[in-house]
Design a protein around this ligand. Structure first.
Ligand SMILES: [Zn+2]
Length: 190
């Protein structure tokens, strides 16, 4: 928490305290709306202050990414790229290979350098085992907020946990030369 955040949060919380002091049976609705707005403001400030992820690596690009203890910058994502680059250098060019006739694919497309994917899985303890209790999220904070809301729900489970899923992709070898070609319009010209 920096000084500006501390000041703003302190002010917002003191305002809420004053609202509590002034509350009585004949507090008008307009005043309650004001309390609501101030409460929301304080929550927003608190969100900004506490949910910022703590940096876990020394990588400027992925400070909160997965950790590889053996990497100089502790960054698993960058270390994976570096390893792939070293391996490509070591293996040299792939042998010549006659590729089969190119066929249109019904599968998805992927970038030149497939990026690792991360997901955060909310799970609950059902008394016997951990079980998924919501949609896996691409955003850690979103998953944490979801679990926090579950815990505040009417019938919360005994325990919850957040699981980090990390799926990495690595191009092991390329056969042939992927040259970009123009797409011909269907049915030919006019
Ligand atoms: Zn990195």
């Amino acid at each position: 928490m920096n000084h500006a955040q501390l000041t703003a949060l302190g002010r917002a919380l003191r305002v809420l305290g004053e609202h509590g002091e002034a509350l009585s049976a004949d507090t008008p609705d307009a005043k309650l709306h004001e309390v609501k707005a101030d409460l929301r403001r304080a929550l927003e400030l608190l969100d900004e202050t506490v949910t910022t992820d703590v940096p876990r690596t020394r990588c400027p690009e992925h400070p909160t990414g997965p950790v590889d203890e053996s990497a100089p910058d502790l960054c698993l994502l960058c270390e994976t790229r570096r390893r792939a680059a070293r391996r490509a250098e070591y293996n040299g060019p792939a042998p010549q290979y006659q590729s089969p006739e190119p066929a249109p694919s019904r599968y998805g497309v992927r970038g030149d350098r497939p990026q690792p994917q991360q997901r955060w899985l909310p799970e609950l303890w059902n008394g016997q085992a951990w079980q998924l209790c919501g949609t896996p999220r691409r955003d850690r904070r979103e998953a944490e907020l979801y679990l926090a809301a579950q815990r505040r729900g009417p019938r919360p489970a005994m325990a919850y946990r957040l699981v980090h899923e990390f799926t990495d992709y690595e191009v092991l070898r390329v056969w042939g030369t992927p040259v970009k070609v123009d797409i011909e319009p269907m049915g030919g010209g006019l």
